[in-house]
Design a protein around this ligand. Structure first.
Ligand code: FAD
Length: 537
């Protein structure tokens, strides 16, 4: 059996950071195991290509949830990256850290070292912000962050002006002193190419003799001596292999797969494991529990003026966009369609923004199937706004359904299951209508296609949300961090309660989902985890 100091399971947002940092000083032998392939697909690197990787099983786990009562009993489609870079290779590239209060909440929940002031240095360390370094940002770090800036579609200006007319002020920097406000997003894009965790953190470390990267290596179980993790079992090319970890095993499989792997390895709810014939190593009731996500609904509008649809729908437009991209990696293919938005308070008296608003200068017609094709714009001019509550109070769960490591777990999102979350559906809808009725948007808006002008009563608004809302892919909290094994899975040093030599480092350890998108926070977890591991040597 081969042996390494550290084995990292999953080369996603957090795992690639760990592979880089743990191998940096050349003293530790590091093995990174990734179930998916190398990130060779060109659609990973062309920013707009995420519309295609969204439904591509060669780089995507393509999960399907169970019927979700909060969403009218519908199962929904949950893409997750299965490729070097993980979900950072297929995501929409918005760079957002969340509200400083998110991390202060994490620390207050019994997790010393995770307050905003504690984690800010890790955000800065990972970053190479095009705006340069300041009190909130880093420059010269591995991950380039750029402005949508002048490339934004002109109707983003109508959205921002409409927000201003509605009394919503701009913020110069969602990730700076004040998150609240409106603006164009910053993106993990450099010179018209996606910056994934793999391109930022793994590629520069590839040549190190003490780092081994294995793709197509599906980890099926953590191996133990007593309660100490001593290695993992994985299947590669149809062959089962075992590999040893002299120091630690780190699970960075993401919010679905890390709890799945713990359960497969005998760490989970005792009764569940016994029922499935898996020997119980640690009766850990919280594994897979606490699942949080952001659930958003799109409001689609017919536009009186051309939108991105007119550039990306016609064949000629596609050819022009392709030539523009080939000539200098510019134009609509070189950016996300998710370009502008806001963090706002939907009612008076709130301390923090509670509503995340998105504006896309494009519209599409949702597919009847649960899978969405994002790059299929409508033939007519259109755009969309959507919202989700920043800090949902609902929590779901997931669990393995069999001892087969290749079987998908059952996922129960339990969306909008609390009165607070339902109330925020009404407030978010009112917020979008307030913005769309302001002059700068109203003058280019031909009609509200969905939900439509007839959807005005609370019953109709809620029903529309239940029928049309879907995940914005921020699954997290399924191996929550906390001091008490009865209410959490890992401690503040990310060690799995009841074990030795085993940690989890990815979005599953969030005690609560952050107020915005979750890639930068997952990368921050990878950064901090690497320091914790090295400090505990
Ligand atoms: C379609 C989509 C759009 C998104 N848009 C944005 C956005 O615009 N901005 C933003 O901030 N966030 C966005 N997100 C969310 C963000 O990308 C994720 O929260 C983040 O990438 C999660 O990082 P992670 O390290 O927890 O897991 P992941 O990045 O998902 O990495 C997990 C890795 O582990 C591997 N793995 C899993 N199980 C095994 C196993 N058993 N053996 C070996 N390898 C395994 C997986 O294949 C994967 O590579 C989006 C996500 C998706 C899916």
């Amino acid at each position: 059996m081969n042996s390494y100091d550290y084995i990292i399971v999953g080369a996603g947002s957090a795992g690639c950071v760990l592979a880089n940092r743990l191998s940096a000083n050349g003293q530790h032998r590091v093995l990174l195991l990734e179930a998916g392939p190398r990130d060779w697909s060109p659609w990973i690197h062309v920013p707009v290509g995420y519309g295609l990787t969204h439904n591509d099983p060669s780089v995507n786990w393509m999960y399907q949830t169970e019927g979700d009562a909060g969403l009218g009993g519908r199962p929904t489609f949950w893409p997750r990256g299965k490729v070097l870079g993980g979900s950072s290779s297929i995501n929409a590239m918005v760079y957002m850290r969340g509200h400083r209060g998110d991390y202060d909440d994490w620390a207050a929940a019994g997790n010393p070292g995770w307050s905003y002031d504690d984690v800010l240095p890790y955000f800065k360390r990972s970053e190479d912000n095009a705006r340069g370094a300041d009190a909130y940002h880093g420059a010269g770090g591995p991950m380039h962050v750029s402005d949508v800036g002048a490339q934004a579609h002109p109707i983003c200006r109508n959205f921002l002006d409409a927000c201003a007319a509605a009394g919503l002020a701009p913020t110069p920097d969602f990730n700076g002193a004040e998150m609240e406000g409106t603006g164009l997003w910053q993106m993990t894009i450099q010179d018209g190419r996606r910056v994934s965790s793999a391109t930022a953190f793994l590629n520069p470390a590839r040549g190190r003799p003490n780092l081994r990267i294995e793709t197509g290596a599906h980890v099926t179980r953590v191996l133990f001596e007593g309660n100490r993790a001593c290695g993992v079992e994985f299947v590669q090319g149809g062959t089962k292999r075992e590999v040893r970890a002299a120091r630690e095993v780190v699970l960075s499989g993401g919010a679905i797969n890390s709890p799945q792997l713990l359960q497969l390895s005998g760490i989970g709810q005792g009764a569940l494991l016994q029922r499935l014939g898996i020997p119980v190593l640690v009766d850990a009731p919280m594994v897979g529990q606490g699942l949080q996500d952001h659930v958003a609904v799109c409001h689609f509008y017919h536009s009186k003026v051309p939108t991105l649809n007119q550039k990306l729908y016609p064949l000629l437009g596609k050819v022009k966009a392709a030539l523009q991209y080939a000539a200098g990696r510019r134009g609509p293919l070189g950016m996300s369609v998710n370009q502008a938005g806001a963090f706002v308070k939907s009612r008076p008296g709130l301390e923090r923004p509670n509503m995340h608003v998105y504006f896309n200068p494009m519209s599409y017609t949702p597919q009847k199937s649960a899978k969405r094709k994002l790059t299929n714009p409508d033939p007519w001019p259109g755009f969309l706004m959507s919202f989700n509550t920043c800090r949902p109070t609902s929590r779901g769960w997931l669990a393995i359904q069999s001892a087969d490591p290749f079987a998908a777990p059952e996922i129960h999102p339990n969306s909008i299951a609390t009165p607070e979350d339902i109330q925020e559906v009404f407030e978010g809808t009112a917020m979008l209508r307030r913005i769309s009725s302001q002059g700068p948007l109203a003058e280019i808006l031909a009609s509200e296609r969905n939900p439509g002008p007839n959807v005005t009563t609370r019953e109709a608004i809620l029903e529309d949300f239940r029928q049309r809302a879907s995940t914005v892919y921020h699954a997290s909290c399924t191996c929550m961090m906390g001091p008490d094994p009865r209410s959490s899975v890992v401690d503040a040093r990310l060690r799995v309660h009841g074990t030795q030599g085993l940690r989890v480092a990815d979005a599953s350890v969030f005690p609560a989902v952050t107020s915005g998108n979750t890639n930068a926070p997952a990368i921050m977890v990878g950064e901090k985890a690497s320091d914790l591991l090295l400090a505990d040597l």
